[in-house]
Ligand binder design. Structure first.
Ligand SMILES: [Zn+2]
Length: 350
């Protein structure tokens, strides 16, 4: 982008004495990872893209559903009909909003296996996830890699957000307490108002911008009540006994998933991993009997519909399968699809 249009584009922001041209350049040189492209993650991603943050990586394993639209600004009805992966659609919209920044998308579930790689090269991590376990995993990875992150959580009419500098102050484990070691109902689906999403993400966006501009950032826990329309700021101290930031016991990071077939947190999804390390070349794909409805996105990920079952197949052979409950049925479907891909010589075993 030409310097003149750069100045023009961000002119209202540059006019702010806390920003100026220097601050705007700082934003352009900043790198952020957004973990989760739900209502909170996409709101932050949009805000940062508009503000001119130079690199944004968005990560999500899911496809867009009709029930997402009431609270997710970036997604449209057509995206639901086209079964777009959330991360793909989010990146596409961000690029449409600001083509001068670099946006990267990753379609995958976030786990102990990949979290460090996803955040290693960024300045700030944004939590757009919808469960405590993923937040604790982000927390531990940020402690190991010494990355600041912003936690967000929304539920019904309530929400909270906190900027977490893992080198000092309270971490997320300090906040949820020592007792938390995973619970059964983290995937429970609760109602949420779109008003609370906007309120919480507005605060979180401000914290992100202030951090990237190297302005002092509040480290209080912000608790927002959209019914009473109140915002409380709570000072939190580091727990001197914290298992994560003090004792460096990384329970979630060390919890490597076992088994090739497993349930993924959040509704009815089963993950299937390949038996061997492989790479799928989706460009060789064409319709066959079993692969009736295939959509390939950038040769990186394919959406496959078989009856009522939705499958996202990643180029590393990992599959995320929805609307199927039985492990053996999921495996059978997966094996059949791989067999078809093999016939097309689309699979390279490494
Ligand atoms: Zn802690």
């Amino acid at each position: 982008m030409e310097l003149t249009s750069f100045i023009e584009r961000y002119s209202r922001q540059i006019m702010l004495k806390e920003v100026g041209v220097k601050g705007q350049v700082k934003l352009f040189k900043s790198r952020v990872a957004v973990i989760g492209c739900g209502a909170t993650g996409t709101a932050l991603a949009e805000f940062l893209a508009r503000a001119g943050v130079g690199f944004i990586r968005v990560v999500d394993r899911d496809i867009i559903e009709l029930s997402n639209l009431h609270r997710t600004h970036l997604f449209r009805e057509l995206d639901v009909l086209e079964n777009l992966p959330k991360a793909y659609a989010c990146a596409k919209r961000l690029h449409e909003i600001n083509s001068s920044i670099n946006v990267e998308y990753v379609v995958d579930s976030v786990s102990a296996d990949n979290i460090e790689k996803l955040i290693d090269d960024v300045d700030l991590v944004i939590d757009g996830s919808d469960n405590i376990e993923t937040r604790l995993l982000i927390n531990e990875a940020c402690i190991i890699l010494n990355k600041p992150w912003i936690m967000m959580g929304v539920e019904r009419w309530y929400g909270m957000t906190k900027f977490i500098d893992v080198s000092k102050g309270a971490c997320y484990q300090c906040l949820v307490g020592r007792r938390y070691r995973g619970r059964e109902n983290v995937c429970e689906v609760l109602g949420v108002s779109n008003a609370i999403v906007s309120l919480v993400t507005s605060i979180a966006s401000t914290l992100a911008l202030k951090y990237l501009l190297e302005l002092p950032v509040e480290e209080d826990l912000f608790i927002v009540d959209a019914l009473d329309l109140t915002i409380r700021k709570i000072k939190l101290n580091r727990n001197p006994e914290c298992s994560a930031c003090v004792k460096k016991e990384f329970v979630f990071l060390n919890k490597k998933e076992s088994g090739r077939i497993r349930y993924a947190c959040g509704s009815n999804m089963i993950e299937v991993l390949p038996e061997k390390i492989l790479k799928i070349d989706f460009s060789r794909l064409r319709e066959t009997d079993i692969l009736k409805h295939i959509k390939v996105f950038d040769n990186k990920v394919a959406y496959i519909k078989v009856g009522d079952v939705d499958m996202m197949l990643l180029d590393n052979g990992k599959a995320l399968i929805k609307n199927i409950k039985d492990f053996s049925k999921a495996e059978e479907l997966y094996n059949n699809i791989l067999k078809e891909l093999n016939k097309l010589s689309a699979i390279h075993y490494l």
